[in-house]
Design a binder for this molecule. Structure first.
Ligand code: HEM
Length: 580
């Protein structure tokens, strides 16, 4: 018997329905009104900032019209270190480009987690790894993982890095010996065929090769797994990661709005929305996730089995002494401390995190490094001279410098710092205040009312955007030539004084308890690959008119202006270097 029959009235269903419709309409109208009025009552309205050109997409059109991060630099110059920036659907964000303010957010990281629209998709993509964890979970995971990323451990991993770098070098040597060029480095087959190649050189898409090398390094050094990305025999996991990493799209303000809404939905829904979407692209990415999940789980179980069956020799885990990949060391820490352990889900989440957070970022930095060498032959020469002097004049030999010797090359170090400063993988990062706060400023800003503010009061729920690119190019910190490549600045007294961040007077690797755990790993990888390539090759632009730009995605990658449709690429001429 239906409820209304039991209650003796047949009016109830239509009454209920009408009430429901009225309530829904009322809720929608209130929500729309609140959204519409949001900018007028914004808690940040006392701050100055760029004019919003659209209620839907705020200042995003302006931000995306230029190279990633350039608009943020301009706003920081014009309005100072605390700027009100209109975002999606009338939401205001605080753009914080002040070193004291950014240091505060870095230090108080657990009160400033990533906003749900970032965290939701991050959890789906990276699993329950370090990037996704917050609060006590993050503290515990980072403590267990820290020894694996120590200098002592990286010293042991250096030969693995060199082995991959040699493989990359040999591929390019083979290409030169075969007298070929890569068609993918050109706009089309006609331009490739018309290209006049000189003796002893080739043309490659350096981004493609560096991505493959970075994937192989993280596979071997991260969890002793050969992705074989440099050879064509890439395995299932390598192929899944390559697909994930190569999926590029050109972000527009509307795409960013859709991504923002989808991110919010993903974090709010208790189930995986993508499983229900009949879109081929989404299905393809889902298949990659599934492969990543099952393969990382398989590798992890294999490692644990290895530890159990060998019965306590080697690293104290029963693993061979020479197995020193990050995952082995993390398993060791995990087993040594019974109070602090990571679950299997967290451990396999770290594998995905290492690949997705560590491979393309480092490959991108290396691509900009090679482009800089191609455009600045005198820098290339200086670096090669320093390297050969350190190697005692030995040319093209697999007998390479040790970790500490590499670390002692001042020009190479300055070069890497300057590349990382000018080309940070993340042009900005986002945080959300979980309580009301007052953010201190090192340089006061002028409010809308003309007052000088030495701190910014913010409300819980405010999204804070930190423009990494703009801060790394601050004229106040690096001088009038902040936008220029000048590696000598790193040998000068007091360079980058007053910069926020943990490493190298810049915020490329972020800072505080949530700083990039892989920064030493990335630097070692850059130095190893650069020394091997510099020893054998010299670089030049593909042609005199080529213009390279940055494309923003999850991370920033290079594109050829006018050839954007071909995806992220870095075409370069590679010549065998003269000996001596
Ligand atoms: C040039 C190369 C790299 C750059 C520029 C870079 C940059 C960054 C940045 C900016 C963050 C902070 C992101 C945020 O919280 O919004 C971060 C975090 C992280 N990075 Fe890197 N990274 C690089 C290489 C690596 C490598 C090689 C690995 C691992 C092998 C790695 C693993 C991580 C992890 C696990 C985190 C999360 C740390 C935490 O939340 O405590 N990164 N990285």
């Amino acid at each position: 018997m239906a409820l209304w029959e039991w209650m003796g009235t047949s009016e109830l269903p239509s009454l209920l329905l009408r009430s429901l419709i009225t309530l829904t309409l009322l809720a929608c109208t209130t929500a729309l009104l609140a959204l519409y009025l949001r900018p007028r009552y914004s808690s940040l309205r006392f701050l100055r900032g760029p004019v919003s050109t659209s209620y839907l997409t705020g200042c995003w059109e302006e931000a995306l019209a230029e190279e990633p991060g350039v608009a943020y630099s301009r706003w920081a110059e014009e309005y100072g270190g605390a700027v009100r920036v209109a975002s999606f659907l009338g939401e205001d964000r605080l753009m914080l480009a002040d070193s004291a303010g950014v240091n505060h957010v870095m230090k108080e990281c657990y009160s400033y987690p990533k906003p749900p629209e970032v965290r939701g998709p991050l959890g789906r993509i990276l699993g329950k790894g370090l990037q996704h964890a917050e609060g006590d979970d993050h503290r515990r995971q980072k403590r267990i993982m820290a020894p694996a990323f120590s200098t002592a451990h990286l010293r042991d991993l250096t030969p693995t890095f060199f082995a991959v770098a040699h493989k990359l070098r040999d591929h390019w040597l083979d290409l030169i010996a075969a007298g070929g060029i890569e068609e993918g480095a050109f706009k089309d087959s006609v331009t490739a065929t018309a290209f006049e190649k000189k003796e002893g050189e080739t043309v490659v898409d350096a981004m493609k090769w560096l991505s493959r090398a970075a994937l192989d390094i993280i596979g071997l050094a991260g969890f002793d797994h050969p992705f074989n990305a440099l050879s064509s025999s890439s395995d299932a996991l390598g192929a899944a990661f390559s697909t994930m990493l190569s999926s590029t799209f050109r972000p527009t303000a509307r795409i960013m709005l859709a991504a923002n809404l989808a991110g919010k939905l993903i974090s709010a829904l208790p189930f995986d929305l993508s499983a229900w979407m009949p879109v081929e692209q989404v299905r393809r990415i889902r298949r990659c996730f599934e492969t990543m999940e099952s393969e990382t789980e398989r590798i992890l179980q294999g490692k644990k089995e290895e530890a159990r069956s060998a019965g306590g020799v080697g690293l104290g885990l029963g693993m061979e002494e020479e197995k020193r990949d990050l995952m082995t060391l993390m398993l060791k820490s995990n087993l040594e401390d019974v109070k602090m352990t990571m679950s299997d889900g967290e451990l396999s989440g770290q594998m995905t995190t290492f690949v997705l957070a560590g491979a393309e970022t480092t490959a991108g930095a290396l691509a900009w490094a090679l482009k800089t060498l191609a455009e600045k032959p005198h820098v290339e020469k200086q670096l090669r001279t320093e390297l050969r002097k350190a190697k005692g004049g030995v040319v093209e030999k697999d007998d390479e410098l040790e970790y500490d010797e590499l670390d002692r090359l001042p020009l190479l170090d300055a070069f890497c710092r300057e590349i990382l400063r000018l080309h940070p993988s993340l042009p900005y990062t986002l945080r959300e205040a979980t309580s009301d706060d007052s953010i201190p400023l090192s340089t006061p800003v002028t409010s809308q009312a003309g007052q000088q503010l030495t701190a910014v009061p913010i409300k819980s729920g405010t999204v804070v955007m930190i423009p990494i690119y703009a801060m790394n190019r601050s004229r106040k910190v690096y001088g009038e030539d902040a936008d220029e490549f000048r590696m000598e600045r790193w040998t000068e007294e007091g360079v980058g004084k007053g910069a926020a961040g943990a490493w190298g007077q810049q915020i490329t690797f972020w800072g505080g308890p949530r700083a990039c755990i892989g920064y030493k790993f990335a630097l070692l990888e850059m130095k190893v690959i650069l020394t091997v390539l510099l020893d054998s090759f010299s670089f030049a632009p593909r042609d005199a008119t080529i213009k390279l730009g940055h494309r923003a995605g999850a991370i920033t990658r290079p594109i050829v202006v006018g050839e954007e449709a071909l995806g992220c690429r870095m075409p370069l001429r590679v010549r065998r270097v003269e000996e001596g």
